[in-house]
Design a binder for this molecule. Structure first.
Ligand SMILES: CC(=O)N[C@H](C=O)[C@@H](O)[C@H](O)[C@H](O)COP(=O)(O)O
Length: 228
């Protein structure tokens, strides 16, 4: 299955579940990622977002819904699928959509965002999701040719305050600008009510990660509330 820009319509108002375990964690195993992804699909996830080449490969065999893939390299600066080389590897691993750093920051390989998007489009059949951190990033990412715009990096690049829940103000601003590409709400959506608010703010679809697929964090939230 190849996902086309028109095919994205199937994701409208839907829930996308991000399944990620971090290096050194007990669940950091591609088979586990695939199983968690398949469980999310049973619950109604319309697409899955996963990190790492093996996770993309395993998840492609575990689910039939579109897979958004990324490759995190490092923790600081530009680390979400930072270069064209990373992006093409994610596409080759089978991702229908490659999520890349969609900010205006300098990239490690010296390519511009537009050159990176063009390279992915030229050398693969994957669509490109630009993980943005601000309104200006979103505008630049649309100009650069990205197929989807995500608020993934809002609160992580210094341009926006890290809100407790989703950055609804940013979502509303991007949505009301009518940039012409699907706007994906992502980042710190921790409750079903917040997912609903993100849609109401104008999001095309909503990504939830930690609150569904990261038991260590969720357990910590409960424990913290019990001992506050
Ligand atoms: C900033 C960054 O590195 N975000 C990552 C991007 O893939 C993931 O660590 C997040 O879990 C994902 O964006 C979903 O967000 P949340 O887990 O808050 O629902």
């Amino acid at each position: 299955m190849i996902l086309t820009p028109a095919g994205l319509e199937g994701l409208r108002s839907q829930l996308i579940v991000s399944c990620q375990a971090y290096p050194g964690e007990p669940m950091r195993d591609p088979r586990t990622t695939g199983q968690v992804a398949a469980s999310a699909v049973i619950g109604g996830a319309a697409a899955i977002r996963v990190q790492g080449l093996a996770d993309v490969q395993f998840t492609r065999t575990a689910v039939e819904v579109p897979v958004i893939g990324l490759w995190k390299d490092g923790h600081d600066g530009v680390f979400i699928t930072p270069t064209l080389r990373h992006a093409l590897a994610v596409a080759n691993a089978g991702a229908h959509v490659v999520a890349i750093d969609g900010t205006r920051r300098e990239r490690p390989d010296g390519l511009s965002l537009a050159e990176t998007v063009a390279g992915i489009h030229a050398e693969s059949q994957a669509l490109v999701m630009a993980d943005c951190g601000s309104f200006d990033d979103a505008v630049a990412a649309v100009e650069a040719g990205a197929d989807l715009i995500g608020t993934t990096l809002a609160g992580y690049t210094g341009e926006r305050t890290k809100t407790d829940g989703p950055d609804l103000e940013l979502l509303e601003r991007i949505a009301s600008a009518g940039l012409g590409k699907p706007l994906i709400a992502e980042g710190r959506i921790h409750t079903p009510a917040q997912a609903r608010l993100a849609l109401d703010a104008g999001a095309f679809a909503v990504v939830v990660g930690t609150a569904i697929t990261h038991p260590a964090s969720i357990t910590g939230w409960f424990k913290g509330a019990m001992h506050a």
